[in-house]
Structures are given as C-alpha cells and as structure tokens.
Design a protein around this ligand. Structure first.
Ligand SMILES: Nc1ncnc2c1ncn2[C@@H]1O[C@H](COP(=O)(O)OP(=O)(O)OP(=O)(O)O)[C@@H](O)[C@H]1O
Length: 349
C-alpha cells in the first residue's frame, strides 16, 4: 500500500440506516457507519448479508427506512437522487453501452451533465490515459476483453470526478490472475486520487488487500469494523474468525494453565476452563519432529502451491488442522508430525 494524498473525497455518514423491502424482507438492521474522506472501506460478508443494500442506500438508489439518514460532508443527502450525489459506480456486470466506443462510454456521464463535447472528450481521454487504456479509445465494447471492459467501467465512473466511488464486486467476473492484477491497479488508483471508496465483496483476500478498514457484515448487521489486521488477528467473534480466512480449532479443556486435547498439550497464561477451544491460523504454526511439537498429528493431505505447501493434518479424535509449510519439507501421507505453536498468536475461546 502506498500513502494516500490529501483527500478530495467526501466524508460519508450513515445514521441508523435500516432497510425493509416492500415484501417484508429485512435486508438491513439500522446501521451506523462513519467513513472518512479518502478512505477505502470494504463491505465484506456472505451472500445476502446486506452489502449491496448498504451500497445502494449510499448511492441514492434505495432509501433507508424512516429514521435513517445519509450524510455527505455533513450535508443530509437522504432525499437526493443518485444523479445529485456525485457518486461513481462500478458493478460486477460492466453495464457499458455496447454500441458506443470506449471513449463515448467514458464521456457519457459528462454528456448527461451537459459538459460540451470538446471538453468531455478531452476529459475522457485524460482518464483513459491515467488508466493506460487510451489506445482502446475508438474500439467498440464488444471488441474488448473482460479485464479491459472493467477498466473502461472504472474509467467511466471516475470521469465525472465523483466525491465517492462505489464498487460492487467489480472483479468477480474475471479470472483469478486478472483479478489480482486489476485489484492492485484499483488500489493504486484509489490511493493516487484520494477518493472515498466503498467496495463490496465476499472475497476476504480482496478485502484484506484493499481496505483501509473492513466492515464485516452478517444478517443485515455489522459484525465488526476494523483494519485488515484487526479483523484478521483480532476477530470479534467466531463468525468473523471463520469468515476471514482459515482458522484451526481444537476442542479441549484448560487445567493448571495447560490446554489439554486429543491432539496434545499447550502451555497457556490464562485461567482454567472445563471446555475450551484453541484457535490459530495455518501460517502461525510450524511443522517439527513428533516429539518436539505441542501437538502431535497425522498427515492426511498435501497441496503443493509453489513456494509453500498446504498440509491437512488430523488428530486422534478426528479433528482437522490446516497448516502451511515450506515447499522443501518432504511429507508422506499417514506420517506422524509435530506442530509447534507461537504462543503470542493463539487464542483460547
Ligand atoms: N428489492 C428487494 N426486495 C426484497 N428483498 C430484497 C431486495 N433486494 C435485496 N433483497 C434481500 O435483502 C437481503 C440483502 O440483500 P443484499 O443484496 O444487500 O445482500 P448482499 O450481501 O449484497 O448479497 P450478495 O453478495 O449475494 O450480493 C437479501 O436477503 C436479499 O434477498
């Protein structure tokens, strides 16, 4: 991540914004959220948790239930329609005009705003150059690849110089390699422009890479708001822990300051408990000889990933543990191994 410039984006505040649809579906519990100018906020959560509804309320495509308010830079915009809010939007499906050229698509928002032709084409070209796709200016949309289309969609959203850009799963339709590439590009662009951005995704890797802060949502409510590190290393509850990456869990009990389970014993600093769950991330554990580890487990599966390998282990009681190991470590299925844990990176819940 590079540092952002002095912000040019709007501060956005949601006050008690809930949403009940006409058919009675309660999509959103009253949500409070304060987004600072220039910040990139990621709304993360499983399908149906209310991410898109939140985004549409900010855009002005949906109004919140009575009592809810949306503020841009302190000004109440709750009653303002989308075209008066100066927001840019990018969707998963490109929503470009197929019969117009790239530059006409990018200039479209300026045309709607009554900007004269010469100026709107100049501004559209400027955005295309900034995104390094000016060589595509005269192509038709159906002559573009998926990645190019999504760049054009982003250029079109930025051309109107919005105070906030709203992105709803913009990379979902693209293949994995392209997704990662474009994600890095979007990150660089948002930071360079210091625009306020709200990005909806159900992909945790995308959220961790892009967000200044992440809002984890569940059943129409906010489960946790925090920096990517907060969310990853200090999840507020089981739901956040399991949604954001793989977490290993071992059931056991704590006696005399020692966590005891079928997989092994771990020295702890906390108090005793009859039932306890030890939780840790795959990359915080280390393989070692069976006699040297806190846990003793059996190798069930090995997935070679290039620089690393992901190893699935099992305990005598059947519980499964995933860890990451250096690719050079040779492992055979059924082999007994030890696992060393970093005491500062385990949680007992
Ligand atoms: N116009 C509508 N009428 C009735 N229910 C709706 C409407 N739009 C959305 N919903 C419901 O509101 C809930 C939240 O939907 P929303 O689209 O905000 O979820 P989401 O988190 O964006 O999900 P996804 O990741 O699948 O897009 C869902 O149960 C959905 O079915």
């Amino acid at each position: 991540m590079t540092e952002k410039q002095a912000p040019t984006g709007a501060a956005i505040t949601l006050e008690a914004c809930g949403k009940t649809f006409a058919d009675g579906t309660r999509a959103l519990e009253p949500v409070n959220l304060a987004i600072t100018p220039g910040e990139t906020i990621v709304l993360l959560g499983p399908s149906g948790c209310g991410k898109t509804t939140t985004l549409r309320i900010i855009a002005g495509l949906e109004s919140p239930d009575r009592g809810g308010r949306v503020l841009f830079d302190g000004q109440d915009v709750t009653e303002l329609p989308i075209e008066k809010r100066n927001v840019g939007m990018v969707f998963q499906s490109y929503a470009l005009f197929p019969n117009m050229s790239v530059i006409e698509n990018v200039a479209y928002g300026l045309r709607v705003r009554g900007v004269a032709k010469a100026e709107r084409l100049a501004r559209a070209r400027e955005v295309l150059e900034m995104m390094r796709i000016d060589q595509l200016a005269d192509r038709r949309i159906d002559q573009l690849s998926g990645g190019q289309r999504q760049r054009v969609a982003l250029a079109r959203a930025l051309a109107v110089r919005p105070r906030v850009i709203l992105l709803d799963e913009p990379l979902t339709a693209l293949d994995a390699a392209l997704r990662e590439h474009l994600r890095a590009e979007i990150d660089g662009l948002l930071r360079r422009l210091a625009i306020t951005a709200i990005y909806v995704t159900h992909d945790q890797a995308e959220a961790l890479a892009l967000g200044d802060r992440i809002v984890v949502m569940r059943h129409g409510a906010i489960a946790q708001i925090g920096s990517p590190r907060d969310i990853y290393f200090r999840p507020a509850d089981e739901f956040v822990a399991s949604f954001v990456g793989v977490t290993n869990r071992i059931e056991g009990a704590v006696r005399n300051g020692v966590f005891e389970s079928a997989a092994g014993r771990v020295l702890l600093t906390g108090g005793d408990r009859d039932t306890a769950t030890l939780a840790f991330r795959p990359e915080t554990a280390e393989l070692c000889a069976p006699a040297e580890g806190a846990l003793r487990l059996r190798v069930d599966q090995v997935h070679f990933q290039g620089a690393r390998q992901r190893v699935q282990l099992s305990a005598p009681d059947g519980s499964r543990i995933i860890i990451e190991a250096a690719a050079e470590t040779e492992l055979s299925l059924g082999q007994d191994v030890g696992v060393r844990l970093d005491p500062s990176r385990i949680a007992v819940v």
